[in-house]
Design a protein around this ligand. Structure first.
Ligand code: URA
Length: 498
């Protein structure tokens, strides 16, 4: 029996290195015991401390075999390692061993091990989403200056995996997030991780909370009250740490009272104009914009004044996304071009015409989708009277990321389609090539599943008719595949593909 001691409960690299060594030398899953080092010492930093290489079984000659490790498995493992189930390391190692003889194993959703890791990954994703949504900072004065403290109670060991989200969001603030299991500090330059703490480590209230409560009650729209959805999205267990939570019950009560008063009122008939519009709508269901349209409008207005990078200085206007607020499919391009910059709408120039044609051939109705860009201002180089498109840099993609993130948080599509490398970068944080990821479903901290295909302007640059035809058909096939993936069950949808 081999004992593997991992440095921390979320020690993905420790698990990965050990699992690789064990699997390469053919150690059976039942011969391994996984344990977490109670003292927190990073044993993997010094393999000699354990007297052996990770995974090399005592007395066994290191006859190594090549491992088959699909990317999809690695992505799953990175999440599942954070799950609090004590059997997670053993389960993942068993799957890794089984994958060597059954490369398609992850596609068998009915397999017990696969179903279990899928569920675990889903639970960790959800926990991360909740952390990004429900952490509330309190301002404290410290000798180094203002620091923002937050208390959060995650279900799993997600602090380290989720910390980069807060760095990106709050890079210019010193902040600390304390949880019962671990804590993380950002000092404007680097992250540091420490032991967990208690709720008492974070002050209960500060002045900003009163402002936040006032803001919350002013944006609370009784017409949009959906208590079940609210509970689903903002589970009651998080309420105790949210300053606005104390308002929820009275606001719900007062919304119900006003609703009752409206129903009782004799003047409560459909206004004439609304009735005419309803009668004209040909039975086509136009989803109520209130389901997200209001927030998208607010974001669009806010983004119109965006100065997060210098592109606003030269562009005509911010080109925000547009489309159905309840769309299943969200398409993310690179940045507006010349025509889009002038029109203030995404994908209305030559690339847009190509995109529209392909959407039509793939059976996708653009009016029922949402189309946006990773970067919302046109970046160009003036050449004579022309403005020549220039690729946005990482700094510009990062600066604009917050808009895309907020759009997606409101839209919550079933599937996001990354059109080209800039969109992949913004959605996944990875500099993956389109070539290497085309047709795959990647996971994204902001968007759920992300399907990759080429940017339509790639098709405009092809030199000959043959390649234009072939590549156009491939693009349409990708769009059809995306449509088909979005129609799958949510469980199947969530899984990234290798
Ligand atoms: N290219 C893009 O990526 N987006 C547009 O809106 C237009 C061209």
């Amino acid at each position: 029996m081999q004992e593997i001691v991992l440095a921390r409960p979320d020690d993905f690299s420790g698990w990965r290195d050990a699992a690789r060594g064990l699997a390469e030398t053919g150690v059976a899953p039942q011969e391994v015991v996984w344990r977490i080092d109670r003292d927190g010492a990073d044993l993997f930093a010094d393999p000699a401390a354990r007297g052996q290489e990770p995974g090399a079984p005592p007395g066994r000659t290191a006859e190594r075999r090549n491992l088959r490790v699909p990317r999809r498995f690695v992505d799953l493992a990175e999440l599942v390692v954070c799950h609090r189930d004590p059997e997670r390391f053993a389960l993942l190692y068993r799957l890794l061993c089984r994958l060597q003889d059954q490369p398609q194993l992850l596609d068998i959703a009915t397999d017990d091990d696969v179903a279990r890791v899928d569920l675990m990954a889903k639970s960790v994703r959800r926990d991360r989403h909740k952390m990004t949504a429900f952490v509330r900072f309190r301002e404290v004065n410290t000798p180094e200056g203002t620091r923002y403290l937050a208390w959060f109670e995650p279900e799993h060991h997600i602090v380290e995996l989720t910390a980069p989200f807060f760095v990106e969001r709050f890079a210019a603030m010193r902040w600390t997030i304390i949880t019962p299991l671990a804590s993380v500090c950002w000092n404007l330059e680097a992250l540091s991780f420490g032991a967990g703490g208690s709720r008492d480590d974070v002050p209960a209230e500060d002045a900003a909370e009163e402002d936040w409560r006032t803001y919350y009650s002013s944006i609370f729209n009784p017409a949009r009250l959906k208590v079940d959805a609210m509970r689903r999205e903002m589970p009651v267990k998080y309420w105790k740490n949210l300053p606005e939570a104390s308002l929820i019950a009275p606001l719900i009560r007062s919304a119900r009272n006003s609703e009752a008063a409206m129903v009782d009122s004799p003047q409560n008939s459909v206004p004439k104009r609304a009735a005419t519009i309803l009668a004209r709508s040909d039975g086509m269901r136009e989803d109520p914009p209130a389901a997200g349209g209001n927030s998208l409008d607010a974001l669009r207005r806010e983004a119109a004044g965006c100065r997060r990078c210098d592109l606003y200085k030269f562009a005509t206007q911010t080109v925000f996304g547009e489309g159905l607020p309840t769309a299943d499919l969200v398409f993310v391009g690179e940045q507006p071009g010349d025509k889009e910059d002038l029109a203030g709408k995404p994908f209305v120039g030559p690339a847009g015409a190509m995109f529209d044609r392909a959407l039509g051939d793939a059976g996708i109705d653009r009016k029922r989708a949402y189309v946006t860009n990773a970067v919302k201002h046109f970046k160009f180089e003036p050449r004579g009277k022309k403005r020549i498109h220039k690729k946005p840099g990482i700094g510009e993609i990062n600066a604009c990321h917050a808009w895309l993130e907020q759009e997606l948080a409101v839209l919550r599509p079933r599937l996001t389609i990354a059109l080209g490398a800039t969109a992949i970068r913004s959605l996944t944080g990875q500099s993956a090539s389109v070539l290497g990821t085309r047709g795959r479903v990647l996971s994204s901290p902001l968007a759920g599943p992300v399907f990759v295909t080429v940017h339509p302007s790639f098709l405009l640059r092809l030199p000959d008719a043959d390649s234009q035809r072939t590549e156009y058909e491939r693009f349409v096939a990708d769009l059809r595949a995306a449509k088909e993936i979005a129609a799958r069950e949510p469980g199947e949808l969530a899984a990234p593909t290798p």
